[in-house]
Design a protein around this ligand. Structure first.
Ligand SMILES: [Zn+2]
Length: 492
């Protein structure tokens, strides 16, 4: 990486790319900026070509930040199917209209709504009672206000629980260990996440009275990470929670000592008992309620051309204000669309989808597919992995788009983005479209610290690095401008 480079001063807004972070712009590009500055300064200079979307994104207003700050400040947490999420949709419609987008609308759908209640837990025996930092997982059953208490059945991993005979689980509170390690590509989420996604379901089928997992997170704070858990049809949900990493460490230490005490009798003067936990989780199912998607468009000049769809999700978990998940994603995709629109009308329509109810089961993405799945879409992209920089571009494009992929990779290389070797997989809200064959491009963000914050009370605006957020918008603007002008022969 080369020297640091100041850009953007021409818009009266000091903004600097950090050379360590992503990209110093190549000299040719710097020359382009110099030309632009000279032209602006001197009325007699020849008129330069109008700036492209990526250039506007580099030096213009910080639209993504403004959306992220305003949404998280004025609405805050936006739990799917609640009045807060409805308020967020009204906010979104007003904002997208004010930004000059066309066909701004809300498309409602129904979904089952679950809301959090009281949540407390203690390790009660064989040591003195100690309180744990716990949060309920989405769709968890209630323990009732008085709570439940039981012996802990410890499993070092999800796979150990799967392999366990029923008698080790029946009547117990299952604890699933297995600390997630950070990775730039976030790849730990799939493997470690299984304990959250379906651990409680497996435990319920084996007769457990509750499940508590080590939170799916990479931080060392006493913030448990929430998230959805899924019970298959016919399995009665049990209470399910997650405790923070330090609390899980404490539980494991007590578990080991309790095991030891059982072997060596009562050397410490304690009665050798199994490790026990008391759990109070009182979430509620509120039945079927409305949620909705918010859609806006940049109309293309060729009405016959299929649209480019760019997505994020508007709902959030309720513990934080949903800044990195996913207000920032909505800020990024919307800012890119705005910059493309400002640079001149694209050939294809750009459709922006702010999906509802993603966190609790991708209800918005499914509803979009039910309503629009039979329409042609040229390509789909989603931003839902925080606000740290884009470092890799992946494609899932038809053979006809080989040249297009090369143009895209070349356009983002100056911003520190490498070309991946694996196919793009889209994102949750466009997942159904991509499964049905719609081409996809992924702009993979650096996930090294994403799971420190993900689904915790710490998902707040201050965690967003404005420089990295803007790098996202620059990369998205460059990519979106090319996709929206792509040829009929390249994309469906
Ligand atoms: Zn998300």
């Amino acid at each position: 990486m080369g020297a640091r480079l100041a850009i953007g001063a021409c818009a009266g807004e000091a903004y600097r790319y950090d050379g360590d972070m992503t990209a110093s712009l190549p000299l040719a590009r710097l020359a382009g900026f110099a030309t632009l500055l000279l032209a602006t300064a001197s009325a007699s200079a020849s008129i330069p070509p109008p700036p492209g979307a990526a250039e506007l994104a580099q030096r213009g207003e910080d639209i993504a930040w403004a959306i992220t700050e305003d949404l998280t400040t004025e609405i805050g947490p936006r739990m799917a199917g609640t009045e807060s999420e409805a308020a967020a949709r009204r906010w979104a419609v007003a904002r997208l209209q004010a930004m000059g987008f066309a066909n701004v609308r809300e498309e409602q759908f129904d979904m089952p709504v679950w809301v959090r209640g009281d949540e407390q837990a203690w390790l009660t025996s064989p040591f003195l009672p100690q309180k744990l930092a716990i949060t309920a997982l989405g769709t968890s059953a209630s323990t009732g206000p008085k709570g439940i208490e039981g012996d802990i059945a410890y499993f070092e991993s999800f796979d150990a629980l799967v392999a366990a005979p029923e008698h080790l689980v029946k009547g117990k509170i299952v604890f699933i260990d297995h600390q997630m390690a950070p990775a730039q590509d976030g790849s730990g989420y799939g493997a470690y996440g299984r304990g959250r996604f379906v651990g409680a379901n497996i435990a319920a089928k084996k007769g457990a009275i509750a499940t508590v997992i080590r939170a799916i997170g990479t931080d060392d704070h006493r913030n448990p990470h929430t998230g959805g858990t899924n019970f298959e049809a016919g399995v009665k949900p049990i209470p399910a929670g997650a405790i923070s990493n330090p609390d899980a460490d404490q539980l494991v230490r007590q578990w080991k000592r309790a095991q030891q005490m059982r072997k060596t009798e009562t050397a410490l003067g304690y009665v050798a008992e199994p490790l026990r936990m008391k759990l109070v989780l009182t979430p509620q199912n509120l039945g079927t309620k409305h949620s909705g998607n918010v859609i806006a468009e940049v109309p293309g000049s060729d009405p016959a051309a299929s649209p480019v769809i760019i997505a994020c999700h508007l709902d959030s978990w309720d513990l934080g204000t949903g800044a990195i998940d996913d207000a920032a994603g909505c800020g990024i995709v919307t800012a890119a669309a705005k910059h493309v629109m400002s640079a001149g009308q694209p050939r294809r329509t750009i459709r922006i989808l702010w999906a509802g109810a993603e966190e609790v089961g991708v209800f918005g993405g499914k509803a979009y597919f039910e309503k629009h799945g039979t329409e042609k879409h040229a390509v789909a992209l989603e931003s839902d992995f925080g606000a740290d920089r884009v470092w890799r571009i992946d494609f899932k494009l038809p053979d006809s788009a080989k040249g297009l992929a090369d143009r895209l990779a070349a356009a983002v290389a100056p911003f520190g983005v490498v070309r991946g070797k694996q196919p793009a997989n889209g994102g949750a809200d466009i997942g159904a479209l991509v499964q049905a064959g719609v081409p996809a491009v992924d702009l993979a963000q650096d996930g090294t610290r994403y799971f420190d914050i993900h689904h915790t009370p710490d998902d707040t605006l201050d965690k967003i690095d404005p420089a990295q957020l803007r790098q996202n918008v620059v990369v998205w603007s460059a990519v979106l401008a090319i996709l929206a002008d792509s040829e009929e022969s390249e994309l469906p």
